[in-house]
Design a protein around this ligand. Structure first.
Ligand SMILES: Nc1ncnc2c1ncn2[C@@H]1O[C@H](COP(=O)(O)OP(=O)(O)O)[C@@H](O)[C@H]1O
Ligand SMILES: [Mg+2]
Length: 238
């Protein structure tokens, strides 16, 4: 059974429908990519799943429960955690304090220390900078901190909104290597990316959003074929 099942999701702002019909499934421990041109509604889709905005239609079934319209803090405690676009760490707080904020997303206090230790092991650079202000970290380190904070709640599904944004290519490789480890440890991952190539070769499947709908589904074989990637990403004849 799918761990996350989004069916005919509708989402937007006020009377505006940005996402009009999006469906996909994600199995435990797997990964899915979401790509599409700027402004198409990728962040809106993640926000609707994570409870940042209330969906206008459709269902979101997580672990057998419909979570559509639930509050973000309830959704994170159920086991679905979002790393938002632009990371949104607190630059005036230390790395350690930023990580502690992830504790509020835990179902219970038991096991919190173990969760922090596990995250430290995964991101040793954060340990080095534990008492430094988060604003002093490099872009790649801040992204790692944002991911680490989301992992403190030990999510079953991690949603990431453009983790590569603003990072140098070698740093992107670093971040994606960490994501690979996270998936190997059993967490399922949803990655929104502008860089279609990057995520298509990484995730088991990638959906292309266009005009509010899933326009096509790509596999890693498509990543190798840049022509088919171009065609499905930008549409035929463009
Ligand atoms: N808080 C908001 N209020 C009103 N409109 C918004 C808001 N956030 C995004 N939008 C609009 O929704 C559309 C989709 O935005 P977004 O989901 O951020 O796209 P993407 O992440 O694919 O670049 C855009 O037209 C954007 O201007
Ligand atoms: Mg976005």
């Amino acid at each position: 059974m799918a761990l996350l099942e989004v069916t005919n999701l509708v989402a937007g702002y006020g009377k505006v429908e940005v996402i009009s019909d999006v469906s996909f499934t994600l199995e435990p421990g797997k990964s899915i990519g979401i790509v599409g041109p700027n402004g198409v509604g990728k962040s809106t889709l993640l926000q609707a799943i994570a409870g940042g905005i209330a969906p206008k239609g459709g269902t979101i079934t997580f672990d057998g429960k419909n979570i559509a319209g639930k509050k973000p803090e309830d959704i994170v405690r159920l086991g679905l955690s979002l790393v938002p676009e632009g990371r949104q760490i607190f630059s005036g707080l230390t790395v350690r304090e930023n990580l502690s904020l992830g504790l509020t997303g835990r179902r219970n206090k038991k096991g919190a220390n173990e969760a922090i230790l596990k995250v430290r092991e995964l991101f040793p650079v954060l340990l080095t900078h534990e008492n430094h202000q988060a604003g002093m970290l490099s872009g790649g380190q801040q992204q790692q901190l944002a991911i680490a904070r989301a992992l403190i709640s030990e999510p079953k599904v991690l949603l990431l909104d453009e983790p590569s944004l603003g990072l140098a290519p070698t740093v992107i490789t670093d971040v994606f290597d960490r994501l690979k480890e996270i998936i190997e440890m059993g967490t399922a991952v949803v990655i929104v990316e502008q860089r279609a190539n990057l995520v298509t070769s990484f995730a088991e499947k990638t959906i292309v959003i266009r005009d509010g709908k899933v326009q096509s589904t790509l596999t890693s074989a498509d990543a190798a074929n840049s022509e088919s990637l171009q065609r499905s990403y930008f549409g035929a004849g463009e």
